[in-house]
Unconditional design. Structure first.
Length: 117
């Protein structure tokens, strides 16, 4: 019985330390996902995508109890930066990278959207 109470207690503590839903955070990941679906592979488009990723990364970085989101966004930013710094990426490479970015952004969007309100 004490074992079960301990599990319930620990579960409750983890909920207390979870970052709550933030509409600005959600809006930024939504913008990033939409850009990955709609932008082309021009340098300007890649720069726009990279700038949005930077805005999101800077926004989530110091939110209290937001460690998992910070990690997810940092990994996504790395993917975006790889595309951004490519000198002349082929269309196939660029489209594949944008598709991967979109899928990762959708997963992060689900995580952010499921935070307690």
């Amino acid at each position: 019985m004490i074992k079960y109470l301990w599990i319930v207690f620990l579960s409750g503590c983890s909920l207390i330390n979870m970052a709550s839903y933030d509409s600005s955070e959600y809006a930024l990941i939504n913008e990033l996902r939409t850009q990955s679906q709609t932008l082309d592979c021009s340098k300007e488009s890649r720069q726009t995508l990279n700038l949005t990723a930077l805005r999101l990364r800077n926004f989530v970085e110091f939110q209290p109890d937001n460690g998992p989101t910070v990690k997810l966004v940092a990994d996504l930013s790395k993917l975006i930066n790889e595309l951004y710094i490519s000198e002349n990426p082929s269309n196939v490479y660029c489209k594949a990278k944008l598709s991967l970015i979109e899928k990762n952004a959708a997963n992060i969007q689900k995580v952010i959207g499921s935070k307690p309100r």
